[in-house]
Design a protein around this ligand. Structure first.
Ligand SMILES: Nc1nc2c(c(=O)[nH]1)N[C@H]1C(S)=C(S)[C@@H](COP(=O)(O)OP(=O)(O)OC[C@H]3O[C@@H](n4cnc5c(=O)[nH]c(N)nc54)[C@H](O)[C@@H]3O)O[C@H]1N2
Ligand SMILES: Nc1nc2c(c(=O)[nH]1)N[C@H]1C(S)=C(S)[C@@H](COP(=O)(O)OP(=O)(O)OC[C@H]3O[C@@H](n4cnc5c(=O)[nH]c(N)nc54)[C@H](O)[C@@H]3O)O[C@H]1N2
Ligand SMILES: [Mo]
Length: 803
């Protein structure tokens, strides 16, 4: 059906707000899987693929980085993993004929949903500016074009090489080897928008920027604290683990401004009894709703309570609260930290938490009472101007009670992309360690550049200022995932060449440099056949388990190359005098893995170990109380509260001193994978058929003189005075603390100033955007913005493009 034929009535009746009273998972999840497979015309193929997800001989789910259960049986996937697979394993194809009928200008007018839903790209394409269309190009010509551009730059640092976290270890390793052989460390990475604060913060605190727990620890923990992540949507397989914790009497404590359904109740689609009886398992026993950005003050307050209780106990000659012998043997900075905590008044702490003093004390007590505690966290902790400080504080709390290196306890950052952690391990890092560079140089006889390169924020600025002229993206959707959309897209257009190695079309491919290429690659679900036969790739999950992944499906087109192959061919064309036998590595990926084991000690006997069922685990040295920090000890690090929250002062510009400034978090709906939209519902939050919604506290709505359902424009306020505004968001009354707002990313990315980021890790502060609201009106595309009934799955659905 043509979408223009839909009556607006039909659309509006589907676009609705309807609170969801069911648990997360359950029949709703199964129904959604079936619908999504149908929509992608993949029912048969998709179902075969689903059985192979996360199996010892199958492929790694591209959905998230949550580890697989060791005793994987028939199913080891979830609703949103199934959507990710269906989206990749679709039968829909974007062919040269498609591009011959559509100009890039026309495509740019279409929604992000339309672009990606069009299907898999089948052929390498080059942008032809004279006709404003993508036209086919041979692979060889494409590689020559890249080579020509890279060879004619004045300085290798004028090129930047982006990685999105789905790239395999093998692809990532070759990519960094090529880029360093070429001569730069410019590795902007999706991690720069995601868990970089974790990587930087944990490296400072415990010597390595990774989590310390494994799945087994969840079997022994007595308390699991969940700070700022939404497993029901983003890591649904984690709910099965949390369900087990809850069932055996462990305490789960959620700290989240939004009441997320997955953190409240879960019906496990793989537990027959629960499904048949329509039962569910409560997840969190305690749910604390701080204001957005309140976590730092909360953790600071927890420490202050612990310190006071410790003093009281020792005064009575009772056992203290802190693990003094652990602290003595393993750490530095404890007393300095305590002094800072003691010198900070309760009123200063309470001003920023958004919790009542009683609730804060109760939370601290829960932590004090736990003998084996796990801290989990996600974007609610990392994507703040004080994200690294947040991570330091998580580590402080854990170290103070000796919870690191103890079974059933430790730090569990919940990573996003399925191999984002592995890409970093493989050397995708703009600030590489000298040791790694020395190893690479020794093994390959090259001279890696020693100066640090650029991450995402610096790269955007450099492109805008003409200092970076070639942008190459290994996956991802840089133009949409990054902050300050208008500025960023102009920066990309400034480039001489933009290249995207990709499976599906997205907006980044339409924001072209003078020259632009789209290079289609194999996806995870597809078989990758090279000289020595079918190849596997490897990935590292959120808990440092490394294992193989091999697709089974026939490739969607005979003209696709694998990611490692594309990288090797770019390298060969660009560096004709290189001593590295690029294409030789592609004949068998075992050779890439052998090379990896020569560079990284922890990957010794890589091939031998990774072919064992389930792969192998990379030990975190901190669990053996080995601290690879400058001091050789774990480090307590504290930032004064006044410094953390000082940036709030900069929000007010003269023109707006009278306006109420809210803090907006930009977050994910249930029907999206980052910039990929699967649909327009956010089931657990009761939103259907639309995405331009703004969650707001009822009292704030009243106080501002607004009404539910009213349309508003959102404007962000930064001291640089640049006007950043997005139009036509519908107010949805919601259980969210006063002063805090929530809306979906990426529609709100135009609001996030590039300069607003964590000081150390430079992650854009996309969870704390200072905004004011203006009265608005329904979007022009409102009829299009309404999704059609999902039962009519073959219909086109569309959202308005980014403003
Ligand atoms: N289906 C699906 N799966 C995904 C993704 C996806 O888009 N779709 N994305 C993948 C990626 S790359 C990532 S990084 C992860 C992201 O997974 P999450 O870390 O869950 O990311 P968000 O959806 O942004 O949700 C952030 C959560 O933090 C809360 N929050 C916001 N601000 C604050 C705050 O100041 N304090 C606290 N305590 N909480 C806060 C929000 O209410 C929300 O529950 O998921 C991965 N998995
Ligand atoms: N405001 C705001 N902004 C954010 C966030 C937020 O919470 N709020 N979250 C941030 C986070 S956590 C992240 S990780 C980033 C995500 O940033 P990115 O990783 O850049 O974005 P994705 O949307 O995951 O990329 C999707 C694209 O990847 C391509 N793709 C999919 N599979 C493959 C594959 O197998 N190979 C290749 N080569 N390409 C493939 C497809 O073309 C698809 O369109 O966004 C960040 N931006
Ligand atoms: Mo992420």
């Amino acid at each position: 059906m043509d979408r223009d034929n839909q009556t607006s009535e039909e659309n509006q009746s589907y676009a609705r707000i309807e609170p969801y009273d069911q648990p997360a998972g359950g029949w709703g999840a199964l129904l959604s899987v079936a619908r999504n497979l149908k929509r992608q015309e993949t029912f048969k193929k998709g179902s075969i693929s689903l059985l192979n997800i996360n199996q010892p001989t199958g492929f790694d789910c591209p959905g998230c980085a949550w580890p697989e259960k060791k005793d994987a049986h028939a199913f080891n996937f979830c609703e949103n993993g199934a959507k990710a697979v269906a989206f990749e394993a679709t039968n829909k194809r974007v062919t040269p004929e498609f591009f011959a009928t559509h100009t890039v200008s026309w495509l740019s007018e279409q929604s992000d949903f339309f672009l990606e839903d069009a299907g898999r790209i089948t052929d390498p394409m080059r942008y032809d500016r004279t006709i404003d269309k993508y036209v086919p190009i041979s692979w060889d010509d494409a590689f020559q074009l890249i080579a020509k551009h890279l060879q004619t730059l004045d300085d290798p640092n004028q090129a930047a090489f982006y990685t999105s976290g789905r790239a395999s270890n093998e692809a990532a390793f070759l990519y960094q080897l090529f880029v360093r052989s070429y001569g730069t460390n410019n590795f902007p990475d999706c991690s720069n928008m995601c868990h970089e604060t974790t990587s930087v913060g944990l490296k400072d605190s415990i010597g390595l920027g990774k989590g310390t727990v494994t799945l087994d620890d969840f079997d022994q923990a007595d308390a699991v604290f969940s700070f700022g992540h939404n497993p029901g949507t983003n890591h649904p397989r984690m709910l099965a683990t949390l369900r087990e914790v809850s069932k055996r009497g462990g305490t789960i404590i959620a700290i989240n401004p939004l009441k997320e359904r997955g953190l409240e109740r879960f019906q496990d689609p793989q537990a027959p009894l629960e499904m048949i009886t329509n039962g569910s398992t409560p997840i969190s026993r305690y749910y604390f709703q701080p204001k957005v950005g309140g976590d730092y003050a909360i953790m600071f307050g927890m420490l202050k309570h612990l310190a006071e209780w410790d003093q009281q106990a020792t005064a009575k000659a009772q056992e203290g609260v802190f693990d003094r012998s652990f602290i003595e043997m393993n750490t530095i900075g404890f007393n300095e930290m305590l002094t800072e905590v003691q010198n900070t008044s309760w009123s200063e702490i309470h001003a920023h938490t958004g919790l009542s003093p009683e609730h804060l004390e109760a939370l601290a007590k829960l932590y004090r009472e736990s003998k084996r505690a796990i801290f989990c966290w996600g974007m609610g902790i990392t994507q703040h101007r004080h994200g690294t400080a947040n991570v330091h504080m998580l580590a402080n709390l854990m170290l103070a009670r000796g919870h690191i290196g103890r079974s059933g306890a430790g730090l569990a950052p919940i990573r996003g992309h399925s191999n984002v952690q592995g890409d970093r391990t493989m050397g995708i890092n703009e600030r590489p360690s000298p040791k790694m560079l020395d190893n690479i140089d020794r093994v390959f006889g090259i001279q890696s550049p020693r100066e640090n390169g650029m991450g995402v924020v610096e790269t955007i600025k450099a492109m805008a200022e003409g200092r970076v002229k070639v942008f190459i993206g290994l996956g991802g959707n840089f133009a949409v995932a990054t902050p300050d959309t208008n500025y960023t897209q102009q920066a990309l257009r400034n480039c001489k060449l933009t290249v995207h190695i990709t499976t599906k079309m997205n907006r980044s491919h339409l924001v072209c440099g003078q020259d632009a290429l789209m290079l289609p690659c194999l996806g995870r679900t597809e078989v990758d056949i090279q000289e020595h036969g079918p190849q596997s790739i490897s990935v590292e999950d959120s808990m440092s388990n490394v294992h193989l992944s091999a697709g089974r499906n026939d490739p969607i087109s005979s003209d696709l190359l694998s990611e490692p192959d594309i990288i090797a061919r770019i390298a060969q064309a660009t560096l004709p005098n290189s001593q590295i036998k690029w294409r030789w590595y592609i004949e068998s990926y075992d050779r890439i893995r052998d090379a990896i084991s020569e560079v990284f000690d922890e990957f010794h006997d890589f091939n031998q170990r990774v072919y064992q069922s389930g792969g192998f685990h990379l030990e975190h040295p901190a669990n053996q109380h080995v601290w690879n920090t400058p001091s050789g000890k774990a480090q307590f690090l504290i930032t004064p509260i006044s410094e953390v929250y000082a940036d709030q002062e900069h929000r007010y510009t003269d023109a707006y001193t009278q306006a109420k400034v809210y803090t907006l978090m930009t977050t994910r709906s249930h029907d999206q994978y980052n910039t990929t939209l699967y649909g327009l519902d956010d089931r657990y939050r009761g939103v259907y058929g639309q995405r331009r919604v703004l969650f707001m506290n009822e009292l704030d709505i009243q106080a501002a003189g607004f009404q539910p359902d009213q349309w508003v424009d959102i404007e962000s306020i930064y001291s640089d005075g640049v006007k950043r505004i997005v139009h036509s968001f519908r107010i949805v009354p919601y259980n969210i603390p006063r002063g805090s707002l929530a809306a979906y990313y990426p529609e709100t990315n135009p609001l996030v100033a590039l300069s607003s980021h964590d000081k150390y890790a430079k992650i854009p502060a996309s969870k704390s955007v200072p905004v004011i609201l203006h009265l608005g009106h329904a979007p022009e595309h409102f009829n299009l913005a309404a999704e059609v009934d999902p039962e009519k799955a073959d219909q086109i659905i569309s959202t308005a493009p980014l403003s």
